[in-house]
Design a binder for this molecule. Structure first.
Ligand SMILES: NC(=O)c1ccc[n+]([C@@H]2O[C@H](COP(=O)([O-])OP(=O)(O)OC[C@H]3O[C@@H](n4cnc5c(N)ncnc54)[C@H](OP(=O)(O)O)[C@@H]3O)[C@@H](O)[C@H]2O)c1
Length: 153
């Protein structure tokens, strides 16, 4: 068995132990990198301009929805932030406007836990929007449960 020595000449680790440690470390790093890559999902890298297009993003006040709305706004779209909490939606709208300079950010109230809210949102969009090009059904949580008056989440 080959032993490794420190500068004073004391034995502190065998070569086989060192190889085991290096192998375990390498495999761990590969596993962590693979897991991160696998679960991080895809990334949209499109730079296509969306001027003249209208987009709805549900749950756009935070997380993936907000980032999606920000990207659409950067690319020139009229973006409707469909959110259940007006204050959180307004905060997100202010942030997106500050970052993009867009004057086409609209806040609309939509609580997907309530059919009444969904119908009111649909009616308002039909009455006030000339077109709808992209709908991002982002809002939600893991698992499904009926809430409120039966709206589906
Ligand atoms: N993050 C992940 O790794 C991951 C993985 C797989 C799938 N997803 C899915 O991707 C979507 C976004 O994920 P996220 O991580 O960005 O989630 P998040 O940060 O928790 O954001 C969820 C958004 O949905 C809104 N929302 C929740 N219930 C709602 C309702 N009843 N009506 C209207 N809006 C509602 C929230 O509004 P409030 O701020 O008012 O609560 C929030 O804006 C979710 O559908 C999630 O299940 C996420």
């Amino acid at each position: 068995m080959i032993l490794l020595f420190n500068l004073k000449g004391d034995t502190f680790i065998s070569q086989s132990t060192a190889m085991t440690l290096i192998t375990v470390t390498g495999v761990t790093i590969c596993l962590v990198a693979f897991t991160k890559w696998y679960f991080s999902g895809g990334v949209c890298t499109s730079k296509a301009r969306l001027d003249g297009k209208t987009v709805i993003v549900t749950g756009a006040n935070t997380g993936i929805g907000k980032e999606t709305a920000l990207d659409f706004a950067k690319r020139g779209a009229r973006v409707i932030l469909a959110c259940r909490d007006e204050q959180r939606a307004m905060n997100a709208a202010r942030d997106i406007i500050a970052k993009t300079g867009s004057d086409k950010i609209v806040v609309r109230i939509l609580d997907l836990g309530s059919f009444e809210s969904v119908r009111a949102f649909g009616k308002l969009v039909n009455e006030t929007e000339e077109r709808l090009d992209i709908l991002v059904n982002n809002a939600g949580i893991f698992g499904t449960a009926l809430q409120g008056d039966g709206g589906w989440m």
